[in-house]
Design a protein around this ligand. Structure first.
Ligand code: PGA
Length: 274
C-alpha cells in the first residue's frame, strides 16, 4: 500500500485546475439530475430542448441528462447530440428477475443509456446501504455503463468525522473494483446538508475534499489521481463557475437548476465557452 502526502505533485494546483484542464481540452461534465420532474412528457421534451439549445455554439461542456426513467427510451431513441448523453437515476443490481418496479443495467445499456447515478442521498435515505451501492457499481461496470457513485456526509462538525464517513462510502462503493476499472467510475461528492439547500459548499472546502478523495484512492489502490470528481448540492448559474475553477472538480451534479428551463439555460451559459 502506497501512501502519499496531501498534495502529490500530480494534482493541479489550486486555482489552476480549471484553466489547465481547459487547456488540455477537457470538458466540464454536467449531470442533470431531474429527479421526479417534470410532470409530463411534453414538459420533459421542452426541458431537454432548452438544455440542448443552451449548448448550441458553445464549447467546454458535456451534459448528461438523467430524467425520470420512463423518459429514457423516447429520449435516447430521438435525441442525437455529441454534447448530450443520458443517464439513469438508479438501477437494480441484478440483470433481471422478480423485482417489481426496478430497471437493470442491461436494460439501460440496451437503450443506449451511458451513465447511471448510484447511491444518491435520496436513495440512501430510502434504505439503500453501502452494500447495495457496491453491488450496483459492479453491475453498472459489468454492463459497460459509467457509474456515478454518490458519496457525502450528513453533517459536519469541527471534529472532522465527516472525512471518515466519506472514505467509508468511497471504499465500500468501490470494493473489489479492479484498478483498470477504477477510472471508469465517476465520483459525485454531494454533502447531504448542501442538497436542496440555499447555499452550496465553498469551492475551497470542495478542493480540500477532492484532495482527500484522491488521497484515499491512492492509499488504497496506488491509483486514483485521475478519477473524475463532481460536486453536487445547490449548484446554480451564480456559484457554478467558481466551483469549476477553484473546487478541483471536473464537473457538477445538478438537481433543481437542471430541471427548470430558465435556470439550466443560465447555468450552461455561465460555464460554457462561446
Ligand atoms: P440540488 O440537488 O442541486 O437541487 O441541490 C443536487 C442533487 O441532489 O443531486
Amino acid at each position: 500500500m502506497r501512501t502519499v502526502g496531501l498534495r502529490p505533485k500530480t494534482y493541479l494546483p489550486l486555482s489552476e485546475g480549471w484553466s489547465r484542464a481547459t487547456i488540455r481540452g477537457m470538458k466540464a461534465l454536467i449531470v442533470c439530475n431531474w429527479k421526479m420532474h417534470p410532470t409530463s412528457y411534453k414538459e420533459a421534451k421542452l426541458l431537454l430542448a432548452a438544455t440542448k439549445k443552451s449548448l448550441q455554439g458553445k464549447r467546454g461542456v458535456s451534459v448528461v441528462i438523467a430524467p425520470p426513467s420512463l423518459y429514457l427510451q423516447p429520449f435516447t431513441a430521438t435525441s442525437k447530440s455529441a454534447h448530450v448523453s443520458f443517464g439513469a437515476q438508479n438501477m437494480h443490481a441484478e440483470a433481471q428477475g422478480a423485482h417489481t418496479g426496478e430497471i437493470s443495467a442491461p436494460q439501460l445499456k440496451d437503450l443506449k443509456v451511458q451513465y447511471v447515478i448510484i447511491g444518491h442521498a435520496e436513495r440512501r435515505s430510502q434504505g439503500e446501504t453501502n452494500e447495495d451501492v457496491r453491488a450496483k457499481v459492479h453491475a453498472a461496470i459489468a454492463a459497460n455503463l459509467t457509474p456515478i457513485l454518490c458519496i457525502g456526509e450528513r453533517t459536519r462538525n469541527a471534529s472532522g468525522d465527516y472525512f471518515t464517513e466519506v472514505r467509508e462510502q468511497l471504499y465500500h462503493g468501490l470494493k473489489d473494483v479492479s484498478i483498470p476499472k477504477l477510472s471508469k467510475v465517476v465520483i459525485a461528492y454531494e454533502p447531504i446538508w448542501a442538497i436542496g439547500a440555499s447555499e452550496a459548499m465553498t469551492p475551497q472546502d470542495m478542493h480540500e475534499m477532492s484532495i482527500y478523495i484522491r488521497k484515499s484512492l491512492v492509499e488504497k489502490y496506488g491509483e486514483g489521481h485521475a478519477v473524475t470528481i463532481l460536486y453536487g448540492g445547490s449548484i446554480d448559474a451564480e456559484n457554478a463557475p467558481a466551483m469549476l475553477k477553484e473546487g478541483d472538480v471536473k464537473g457538477l451534479l445538478v438537481g433543481r437548476a437542471s430541471a427548470d428551463r430558465d435556470k439550466v439555460t443560465a447555468l450552461i451559459g455561465a460555464i460554457a465557452r462561446a
